[in-house]
Design a protein. Structure first.
Length: 632
């Protein structure tokens, strides 16, 4: 017996919800199907009909041995009397009283008068099936059709109860975030303090707009978050949803486009309509470049549905009134491909750039991500931040997660410095592979990597050497790792040339030792050529070419725009640029070869140690090179 609930007792959730309509009647449907199947099988047990010739049938009629017949278009079925059945038993056929005969192709005018004369019962044309089979064939298709309609209707009612419907494809897919359900706040966002200040001002405007209106200020209509992947654009939007005390609608730009024409624009209208109802409100559109690309771009023109969606966004943003207080927040990592009409003031008034974090910002981001991670005493987040130059916020989060996974894999109770080191190697160098190289190739890989390491160690402007290994990582047979001293924002010509020498060091080491080169330097040559091309064409680092900024080495997003854009230089200039690229690469290779030839003893000593230990740290490399003087 169930105990009655007290008034102060909270109501428990119902763990046994009532079955839906299809579940309630599933037993009835199954029973009906079994009943119909039994009736149909009974129809298969009908008496067997014996076939007789038409002439024999007429003789039996004249003899009064036919009791009844059913006339059809092509055949006659009927029943013999007992004497008629025994008449055909002598022919070896069965003694069934039921028969069937084929009617002649020409109409027999004597048949009906003969049947009436012999008083044979004549029945109308039927299929020959029992009445219940006739009923099944006539009624069941309609029952199935009605059941299918009721099923569709039930699903439609269910979807409408959940906020959808049969024709809900034109409704907005934007999800509304609530402050009380959001777990991310601005305290969880580190390393982008300037962006947080900008966003904090917008949140303050939404909370207390009168403070700004007294001074004649109006809220920006749109804020564009720009930055490389992983720099925290979407994270910042989630933090805004957790901080703002206004409705927050979020959607990905790709969710606007469907296979139906006009759906994207309809969803845009519906999204802004819902936001206006609950103004002040925030709308966040992630990956805006999915629908915001320049209209009419590409070899075959623009995508009509995407451009129609973009046009609707432009109209909705431009049609805002000051009192509506609806702010559009968008994120993209490709601002260069966005339509100019989308970036003008009045639509996206502000552009907040989120770049890769500097050292102090990386340390702050690491502190946020290690809140729930038990750290050992030897972990120095400042040192880790110094060794992770170029890491984005997402990379740092992945670093902490990989370190925790490594600690769990090794059965540790805390994450120590060694776990972070292994995690960093896994991210930057790739996963270690078990590749058994032949001795000759293994030795060539060692000399190749030691050529890189030797140039990185001695070149004055090169990044400091961190380690060298001949253990395969990722797709590489060996890796030489360098860690910059500081964050680089500009590069000098001397630094770039020393960097190219380090790239060519592996190939030149093979040429010094073996007198020939291998295919292992393919990626090094590709990167070195691309870097020299940019130095000459974009950065003006060539005395022969001069201070020209040309579109050489640039990546073109739109093929049609690239093909239609006229080249900024002549054929003669193109030939001169190619000649200068080749000349600089040959000069840098020559300098690298001469340097490695002069330091061949150190190269061989470093290669022997690498073959023996497989991995050498910066300290071990320094010790080997100091104890092995250069060749005379």
């Amino acid at each position: 017996m169930t105990e009655p609930r007290r008034p102060d007792q909270p109501q428990q959730p119902d763990n046994n919800p009532q079955p839906t309509i299809p579940n309630q009647y599933s037993f009835l449907w199954l029973s009906a199907a079994i009943f119909l199947m039994v009736l149909w099988m009974q129809g298969a047990n009908q008496p067997q009909q014996q076939e007789v010739a038409y002439s024999e049938f007429k003789e039996a009629v004249m003899a009064g041995q036919v009791e009844e017949v059913t006339l059809r278009q092509e055949e006659i079925i009927g029943q013999f009397t007992d004497s008629g059945a025994s008449r055909f038993s002598s022919t070896g056929q069965t003694t069934s009283t039921h028969f069937v005969t084929l009617r002649p192709q020409t109409e027999d005018a004597q048949l009906l008068p003969m049947l009436e004369e012999q008083q044979v019962t004549i029945r109308g044309a039927r299929s020959g099936r029992p009445w219940w089979q006739e009923l099944i064939l006539g009624v069941v298709p309609w029952i199935l059709l009605l059941a299918l309609l009721f099923w569709f209707w039930g699903n439609a009612q269910k979807r409408m109860a959940q906020g959808g419907g049969v024709l809900d494809f034109s409704r907005s897919k934007a999800r509304r975030a609530r402050k009380e359900t959001s777990t991310t706040t601005l305290d969880d966002v580190a390393g982008i303090e300037s962006a947080k200040r900008e966003i904090g001002e917008v949140i303050d405007f939404l909370k207390s707009p009168d403070k700004y209106r007294r001074l004649g200020a109006i809220m920006p209509k749109g804020i564009l978050l720009v930055g490389p992947p992983g720099t925290g654009k979407t994270l910042l939007a989630r933090a805004i949803a957790g901080e703002a005390e206004v409705p927050f609608f979020s959607i990905s730009a790709s969710e606007f486009i469907e296979m139906f024409v006009g759906v994207g624009a309809a969803r845009v209208r519906d999204m802004f309509k819902e936001a206006r109802k609950e103004a002040p409100a925030l709308i966040f559109i992630d990956e805006l470049d999915a629908i915001g690309r320049s209209r009419g771009a590409g070899l075959g023109g623009g995508h009509d549905e995407r451009e129609q969606t973009l046009n609707q966004i432009l109209t909705e943003m431009d049609g805002f009134e000051e009192h509506e207080n609806v702010l559009v927040l968008a994120a993209t990592n490709r601002p260069d491909v966005l339509d100019t009409a989308l970036l003008r003031p009045g639509r996206f008034d502000r552009k907040i750039t989120l770049d890769r974090p500097h050292k102090e910002a990386r340390e702050a981001i690491l502190k946020v991500h290690v809140r729930k991670v038990p750290l050992a005493s030897d972990v120095d987040l400042e040192a880790i931040a110094a060794r992770t130059i170029g890491f984005s916020g997402a990379d740092l989060h992945n670093l902490v997660n990989e370190a925790a996974l490594t600690a769990a894999r090794e059965g540790l109770s805390e994450v120590n410095e060694h776990c972070f080191e292994l995690a960093r190697d896994r991210i930057t160098l790739g996963e270690e592979r078990d590749a058994k190289l032949p001795p000759r190739e293994r030795e060539a890989v060692a000399y190749h990597e030691c050529g890189h390491a030797l140039m990185a160690y001695f070149m004055p402007n090169a990044d400091p050497l961190n380690k060298v290994t001949i253990i395969p990582h990722g797709m590489a047979m060996g890796v030489t790792e360098q860690t910059p001293r500081d964050d680089h924002y500009t590069y000098t010509e001397s630094y770039l040339k020393d960097r190219i020498k380090v790239m060519l060091g592996g190939r030149c080491a093979e040429k010094v030792i073996y007198g020939e080169v291998s295919t292992g330097a393919q990626n090094d040559l590709k990167e070195a050529t691309a870097l020299v091309r940019r130095m000459i064409g974009q950065w003006g680092m060539s005395d022969k070419i001069g201070p020209l900024g040309l579109n050489i080495g640039e990546e073109h997003v739109f093929l049609g725009r690239e093909m239609g854009h006229p080249r900024e230089f002549s054929e003669k200039m193109a030939e001169l640029i190619d000649t200068e690229i080749q000349a600089q690469l040959l000069a840098l290779e020559k300098a690298t070869l001469e340097f490695l030839t002069d330091h061949r003893d150190q190269l061989e000593a470093l290669a022997r140690a690498t073959l023996e230990r497989e991995t050498l740290s910066a300290g071990e490399i320094r010790e080997i090179l100091e104890n092995s003087p250069a060749s005379a």
